[in-house]
Design a protein around this ligand. Structure first.
Ligand SMILES: *Cc1c(COP(=O)(O)O)cnc(C)c1O
Length: 414
């Protein structure tokens, strides 16, 4: 870095963070490593430009090239997901959801979404979020026995609550979602159907997950999770909602779009359109299955007994530890995960009974089945012997060797 290294304070911290990312096992299910091309797009002069409005209809002059970039991002998003309309301006997944509510709801209207403890997201009506303060909320959850969605129950709740919008999509649900059933439920109560595919968008792009586009009125997403793009959001919708959605994003909730990030989104969508991306997502799924089976073989319990997505949710109850302690022990040996509520959790969010693990970032590093078995065994041993320092020291050494075999960002020198 020729210029940033003159700011010694920031530069030093940046070096440390790059080192941390290189030498840790990133198993937070919502994280990934972007390609170097995505990183390059983000640090360009595009950040200098004000481009309030949309391609061809801007409030500032000098946007001819910005228009080309944003139009490419829109075209690629539409092609990747087979959508009628795309808005690539939301700064994040939460902003994308906020825009949809502003477009389709009035303050005080009701949102029906998945319970936070069962895998839902804060921006789906949680009381601590704007979504729970400006709108009424109602929640559905998973079945107590199967720990999977029970569509009959969701229908009953929808009929009882009469929501204006129903949200399908979650942040910690390891199973696929049946969007056709959600559509039928939404139709029967005359509600909009929104699918928030923030977590599994990469799987949808690779056609390895049920496709929400044909069924949902609106689909929201992030670009930085399984899609492996820059931190950001986007919205896909049918043409009849396009104008409402665009107006809600700008001027509704945002000012100038981050065109450097939009260029990086275009790069990400371009990468996801290549055949290699499907192979990558197939490996993400295989890796999650092998990781889940390895944990089960070690006597650990998983929510819903397994996974058919990129993530697994460990139930820690039978190990006698909480999510906070599990997260800490693993991060001590450079394995990054996050504590998570589990369905019907009796503990609170700052120390819940679950731990969420994902395979997108490890798969980006090139890791496969063999490594998932090794890592699954290491995690199980650590969580079953939380006081054994020798086991922790051994694990740390094993991980140091593993990450050297699967380096990331070799070409990036800070
Ligand atoms: C991650 C996530 C979001 C929020 O994305 P941010 O970019 O962090 O705002 C929204 N919905 C779901 C389901 C998510 O998993």
């Amino acid at each position: 870095m020729k210029y940033l290294n003159k700011d010694k304070q920031i530069y030093k911290i940046l070096q440390n963070e790059l080192q941390r990312q290189k030498q840790g096992l990133e198993m937070i299910a919502s994280e990934n490593y972007t390609s170097p091309a995505v990183l390059e797009a983000m640090s360009t002069v595009l950040t200098n430009k004000y481009s309030e409005g949309y391609p061809g209809k801007r409030y500032y002059s000098g946007n001819q090239f910005i228009d080309e970039i944003e139009s490419l991002a829109i075209e690629r998003a539409k092609k990747l997901f087979g959508a009628e309309h795309a808005n690539v301006q939301p700064h994040s997944g939460t902003q994308a959801n906020m825009a949809v509510y502003l477009a389709l709801l009035n303050p005080g209207d009701k949102i029906l979404a998945m319970n936070l403890a069962h895998g839902g997201h804060l921006s789906h009506g949680a009381p601590v979020s704007f979504s729970g303060k400006f709108y009424k909320n109602a929640f559905y959850g998973v079945d107590k026995k199967t720990e999977q969605l029970d569509y009959k129950e969701i229908l009953e709740i929808a009929q009882r609550e009469a929501p204006k919008i129903i949200i399908a999509g979650a942040t910690a649900y390891p199973r696929q979602i049946d969007f056709k059933k959600f559509r039928e439920i939404a139709d029967s109560v005359k509600a909009y159907l929104m699918v928030d595919m923030a977590h599994f968008a990469g799987l949808v792009a690779a056609k390895l997950h049920p496709d929400p586009i044909p069924f949902a009125d609106v689909v929201t997403s992030t670009t930085h999770k399984t899609l492996a793009g820059p931190r950001g959001g986007f919205i896909l919708c049918k043409n009849f909602l396009a104008e409402k959605i665009d107006k809600a994003v700008f001027p509704g909730i945002q000012g100038g779009p981050l065109e450097n990030t939009i260029a990086a989104k275009a790069v990400c969508f371009g990468e996801a359109l290549k055949p290699a991306f499907k192979k990558y997502q197939e490996q993400v799924l295989t890796n999650a299955k092998v990781l889940a089976q390895t944990l089960i073989n070690n006597g650990l319990e998983l929510v819903s007994g397994g996974t058919d997505t990129h993530l697994v949710l460990l139930k820690l109850n039978n190990l006698g530890i909480g999510g906070q302690q599990a997260e800490e022990i693993l991060s001590k040996v450079d394995i990054y995960t996050n504590k998570n509520l589990i369905p019907f959790d009796t503990k609170k969010a700052f120390d819940p009974s679950g731990l969420r693990l994902g395979t997108p970032a490890l798969t980006t590093r090139g890791m496969k089945e063999k490594e998932m078995k090794t890592i699954g065994n290491i995690i199980a041993e650590l969580l079953k012997n939380t006081k054994d320092i020798k086991i922790q020291e051994k694990a740390k050494k094993q991980i140091a060797i593993l990450v050297k075999q699967f380096p990331i960002y070799k070409e990036i020198k800070y």
